[in-house]
Design a binder for this molecule. Structure first.
Ligand SMILES: *[C@@H]1O[C@H](CO)[C@@H](O)[C@H](O)[C@H]1NC(C)=O
Ligand SMILES: *[C@@H]1O[C@H](CO)[C@@H](O)[C@H](O)[C@H]1NC(C)=O
Length: 705
């Protein structure tokens, strides 16, 4: 008997929706921030059979729900499958037919990252005349495997799950390391029946990309060990460590330089690394059966040849015939899933034959080797249009009084009444109602950031010209009357073009603080808000360094800003405060040696500051995600005296340019009103370029090398 699905799904979804309670307390507020591209992801997990030589569209089955952002899947072993089913039956008192497919995966829904188990029932595509197997999925059971996190407002990122025996092994970022610029990513195992969780990663260390050996005894991870993150955002210089899955003991380094391990048997690990020839390739590490295991006793061989990038390998226990990999061939801009024959050393392309112009990520193979799974941007039809494009995406906040939203636009800011949002597009400045309606371009040229005048309605300030530019670049501060843009409703407030940027008005609307490169260094200045420089200007900070990204406090007493004055030119930024009269300078926070704390914005009560920082290091191997310039960017708040640091976001994406408003917006997602939203259009990692192109050698790569 199949379970009565509606009631079952209702049961599990109750857990989720319950958390989204209203909150209208007096001190409530909202924070919005930028995660570029995120609203385009629409990831779902798909599967293809490995046996067909030429997979066709009909062979591909979408196995996740088509609504949430679903990724990083894992097919449980047959023993884990029966355990999961029996757990489900016991908890629901329903006899459940074994489903043809079971899946463990990461899902983001209702602002929460969680690990789900799906039992998927589908009609075999071979037996239907339907055009696409996608339509033939009939039913599914979805169960969050880690439901209890919702109880105490704990927020974290979850990643790379595996079920082994009665345990779920996964990455979580819920424990604060207490130390700047160290990753919170660590491996945990949770006993699924009791919910008891133990940490497997030693304190003081971060681990990524766990893989459990076929026997379940060992777990391999990518880790920096004690040496820590050095700011790298392309290939992490991790090593591979192995430890006992039972309790994390007997931890030993087995490979110098490598990531994304996976096992074929308990002494054979496959992993990726970018080799000396700059190609990402798959390598094999053979651990000694007897004697001590160490980097010296492990034998390492390169598996995939140069000439294309092959990475994020996947294996199936006992299968010595083939592995699966993601590739970037010089002939394509797209990331595809292929099989690699370990006997003949030939590649066999899978996904390119079905969707040549879609990125496919992070393959995984079923225990019987008959299927490969992966995630990609899904949706209807060939154009891969996604159905859930969002303007404001709710992100679960660890502080109930503050609701949190992602925006797919840079430098978002709220109007004083909280009813409108300005943001920066590529290019131009836009204004949109809070519900996503009435989006309008109010300025055409490249500009950054946006901030509203607190007094004069409809006036925003920005600076126009290229960002990330040198002191002499032509950038000027302008004000825009967003309700009168047809009448050339903008006004230049600075005129010398000497990199005048990051304007922020005083709360009485009389003054603007901004940074300018006019002295040869970027320092802070204050000028008249209405007439600009011609109405009066004075210099606020002075020195051979960069002060920038300034923000005026709501009580008028402070200006917060980012500065590299501790180590000018190093790229390292700390956060400072100064009185508008030039006294009282003090440092609020430094993100470790060489760290970055940027884009401060005061809370409505003036007691805290929200900012973006690399304070929590990096949370996943960047190659397992779409492109992000600064994947370490997370949103934090801190009190003005530097105490009470709180991490608000947990992701492997770049979260940046936050703004804080006194309006409390209820945590619901807001979609764009226009039906025909943009298509899945994010970029693959920019740095994953063809080595051949870089070397100017003419590419001649055949399929199957
Ligand atoms: C389910 O219930 C049966 C019978 O009580 C028990 O033997 C089995 O261990 C339970 N399974 C799980 C996973 O709890
Ligand atoms: C500077 O401004 C701060 C607050 O805005 C004030 O407390 C302080 O007394 C002022 N100092 C001088 C020298 O004017």
């Amino acid at each position: 008997m199949k379970p009565s699905l509606p009631s079952l799904c209702f049961l599990f979804h109750l857990l989720i929706f319950h958390a989204a309670a209203d909150h209208d307390g007096l001190s409530s507020s909202s924070i919005i921030f930028t995660t570029l591209g995120r609203s385009h992801y629409g990831f779902d997990i798909y599967t293809l059979p490995t046996l067909n030589d030429q997979p066709k569209l009909n062979d591909e089955i979408r196995i996740t729900d088509g609504h949430s952002v679903n990724f990083n899947g894992h097919f449980p072993s047959s023993s884990s499958s029966s355990f999961l089913l029996s757990l489900l039956s016991n908890q629901t008192d329903i006899q459940i037919d074994p489903p043809p497919l079971q899946l463990i995966y990461v899902t983001e829904r209702n602002g929460v990252s969680n690990i789900y188990y799906d039992a998927v029932y589908y009609d075999s595509p071979r037996n239907t005349r339907k055009r696409s197997a996608i339509e033939s999925i009939t039913d599914r059971i979805q169960v969050p495997l880690l439901g209890t996190q919702l109880s105490d407002n704990r927020v974290s990122m979850k990643d790379k799950p595996t079920v082994t025996g009665e345990y779920l092994v996964y990455v979580s970022t819920h424990e604060d390391t207490g130390e700047a610029r160290t990753s919170w990513a660590a491996i945990y195992s949770t006993h699924l029946e009791s919910g008891l969780t133990q940490r497997l990663t030693p304190y003081g260390v971060a681990d990524f990309s766990p893989a459990v050996s076929p026997s379940g005894i060992w777990t391999a991870v990518a880790s920096y060990g004690k040496k820590g993150w050095d700011g790298e955002v392309e290939e992490l210089s991790t090593d591979i460590y192995v430890f006992l899955t039972r309790d994390g003991t007997q931890r030993v380094k087995v490979v110098e330089h490598g990531g994304w391990p996976c096992w074929i048997d308990d002494s054979t690990i496959y992993f990726h690394r970018r080799g000396d020839d700059k190609w990402w390739s798959i390598y094999r590490a053979i651990l000694p059966i007897e004697g001590p295991v160490s980097t010296e006793s492990v034998v390492i061989e390169r598996v995939t040849p140069p000439g294309l990038h092959a990475f994020t390998p996947a294996t199936s226990p006992g299968n010595k015939k083939f592995i699966s990999v993601a590739t970037r061939r010089p002939s394509s801009e797209f990331r595809q899933i292929e099989l690699f024959d370990l006997v003949t050393s030939e590649f066999r392309e899978l996904t390119r034959l079905i969707s040549p112009r879609t990125h496919h990520f992070n393959p995984f193979i079923s225990p019987d080797s008959s299927r490969v799974g992966y995630h990609k941007c899904g949706g209807e039809g060939k154009g891969r249009k996604i159905s859930t494009q969002l303007f404001l995406e709710n992100v679960r906040s660890p502080i109930p009084e503050i609701s949190l939203f992602r925006v797919d636009g840079s430098f978002p800011s709220f109007s004083p009444a909280g009813d409108r949002i300005a943001y920066v597009g590529l290019p131009g400045v836009y204004v949109v109602n809070r519900d996503g309606s009435n989006v309008r371009q109010v300025y055409e040229r490249t500009a950054f950031p946006t901030v509203w005048d607190p007094v004069r309605e409809g006036i925003i300030y920005t600076s126009t010209g290229p960002s990330f530019a040198s002191e002499s670049t032509e950038v000027d501060v302008i004000s825009i009357n967003v309700d009168n843009v047809d009448q050339k409703g903008y006004k230049k407030l600075t005129t010398n073009g000497q990199n005048n940027a990051f304007p922020s008005p005083s709360p009485d609307g009389k003054w603007i603080v901004f940074r300018s490169g006019r002295s040869g260094h970027k320092n802070l200045y204050v000028m008249d808000a209405v007439d600009g420089e011609s109405g009066g200007i004075h210099r606020l900070t002075e020195g051979p360094w960069t002060d920038t990204m300034c923000n005026w406090s709501p009580d008028g007493d402070w200006i917060a800003f980012a500065s590299d004055r501790d180590n000018p030119g190093s790229g390292s930024f700390e956060m400072y405060m100064i009185h508008p009269n030039g006294t009282g300078l003090r440092k609020i926070i430094q993100s470790g040696l060489g760290g970055r704390t940027n884009h401060p914005s005061f809370s409505p009560d003036g007691k805290s500051i929200v900012f973006t920082s690399d304070y929590a290091g990096i949370s996943a191997e960047p190659i397992s995600n779409p492109h992000h310039y600064q994947p370490y960017g997370e949103i934090f708040t801190i009190k003005l005296d530097g105490s009470d640091l709180k991490r608000l976001t947990h992701s492997s994406y770049e979260d940046g340019t936050p703004a804080w408003t006194s309006t409390y917006i209820k945590p619901v997602d807001v979609g764009w009103p226009k039906k025909d939203g943009p298509y899945c259009s994010f970029d693959d990692c920019h740095w994953l370029k063809s080595v051949l192109a870089a070397q100017k050698v003419s590419p001649k790569i055949e399929c199957g090398v």
